[in-house]
Design a protein around this ligand. Structure first.
Ligand code: LMR
Length: 394
């Protein structure tokens, strides 16, 4: 049987991680996978999360199963973190999942089961695992234009022109904040226009929110998600705790399904539980319990919010520094968009040849589409990157 296997499709982010690790050069710079790094290049356990881990271990008396939906305290705290008081919690069904990716996978299976004819619309570009999961599940997918590579901004006219083709019952996947890979995000006015369009089309919105707190702040980053939750009859939300709680390897995430009139939240909840069951039975608990402990303790929550804010502002500082260096070295405003972008990533608009040259000649690793992880930089490596980019033109 196994001899019949073909090599699996490649994932450019995972491949780049391996390439970086294999590079023996000192001074190589990793701007690839979306993992936060402090100025020393470490990905620390957040102080509040470490303190929560001690509390969890001390309080834990059993490792018995919790429930198919995960721990209710985690689901409740995460629903409140993402949705605030945007709507009646009774409309929301939710399951804990292995990371945000688990939530995306369960959402995709829910869509396939309940609306097999629906086409899922993805931004072009998007996180490569979105189309990969949909393709694997053989879910019809198409894309809408999103990014203007010349200006580095959202090409909103093109986006809306493409979304005009959405059919009733289709699903539109949107990045809640900190768009991956571009770093270009919708304004409040643009979110409203998208909400109006989805309502008019009778389409279902699906939000992937993996970087809440990394852009403009915890509440500001949830603006679009909350707006859609208030105005649309139904909404799917895949949220990740990997980045904003720094619990990457613990795999903590949640899928929320908000239903409208005519839908029975209990039935929606039952379907989510059942999808967890057939995929991996009970969702992982430890990471979710750390997150829940932080969110339910006033002291830990305050400390976590402070740490997250420091991460956010440090990335903003690096953005400003890089944009200024590039302005000075290229004598142009071509890269000013880096300071306007939000979140962990910016797409620089370099050619694949330029990306390869940066990797081969300078040991600077970024994804082939020229996405950089801002958090992979520090004050000292910003000028190195800026000089290398400026040298491309010469
Ligand atoms: C990324 O985009 O780099 C992150 O979301 C990590 C991943 O799993 O791809």
């Amino acid at each position: 049987m196994l001899e019949a296997l073909n090599p699996p499709p490649k994932d450019k982010i995972i491949e780049l991680m391996a390439q970086f690790r294999a590079d023996p050069r000192d001074g190589k710079i990793d701007l690839g996978v979306g993992v936060y790094k402090d100025p020393e290049g470490r990905t620390p356990v957040m102080r509040a999360v470490r303190a929560a881990a001690h509390r969890v271990i001390e309080a834990e008396t059993t490792k018995a199963y919790v429930g198919l939906a995960g721990d209710a305290a985690f689901n409740e705290a995460m629903t409140a973190l993402v949705l605030g008081d945007a709507l009646d919690p009774a409309r929301t069904a939710s399951v804990a999942t292995p990371g945000g990716t688990g939530a995306i996978r369960i959402a995709a299976e829910l869509i396939r089961n309940t609306a097999p004819e629906a086409t899922v619309w993805l931004s072009d570009p998007t996180w490569p695992n979105h189309p990969a999961i949909l393709s694997y599940l053989k879910i019809p997918q198409t894309s809408y234009r999103y990014f203007d590579a010349t200006t580095g901004e959202v090409d909103f006219d093109a986006m809306m022109a493409d979304l005009a083709g959405v059919q009733r019952g289709d699903v539109v996947l949107l990045h809640g904040c900190c768009h991956n890979p571009t770093g270009a995000n919708l304004s409040p006015v643009q979110w409203q226009a998208v909400a109006d369009l989805l309502l008019e089309k009778g389409a279902t919105a699906w939000i992937d929110i993996a970087y809440q707190g990394f852009g403009d702040g915890l509440d500001a980053d949830a603006y679009g998600t909350r707006l859609l939750a208030r105005q649309l009859p139904e909404l799917l939300i895949a949220a990740s705790c990997s980045k904003n709680f720094g619990v990457y390897r613990e795999r903590a995430g949640i899928l929320m399904a908000i239903s409208g009139k005519g839908a029975d939240t209990g039935v929606v909840q039952g379907n989510l539980n059942s999808l967890n069951r057939v995929n991996y039975s009970f969702p992982p608990d430890h990471g979710a319990r750390l997150v829940s402990t932080v969110l339910h303790s006033d002291d830990l929550r305050a400390e976590w919010a402070e740490e997250l804010e420091a991460v956010r502002t440090s990335m903003l500082g690096l953005r400003t520094q890089l944009a200024e260096e590039l302005r000075r070295l290229t004598n142009s405003d071509r890269y000013d968009f880096i300071a306007r972008h939000r979140g962990m990533f910016s797409r620089l608009g370099l050619s694949p040849e330029a990306v390869a040259k940066l990797r081969e000649e300078h040991g600077i690793y970024m994804v082939g589409d020229s996405r950089i992880n801002i958090a992979g930089l520090n004050q000292h490596s910003v000028p190195v990157l800026a000089r290398a980019i400026a040298s491309l033109d010469g």
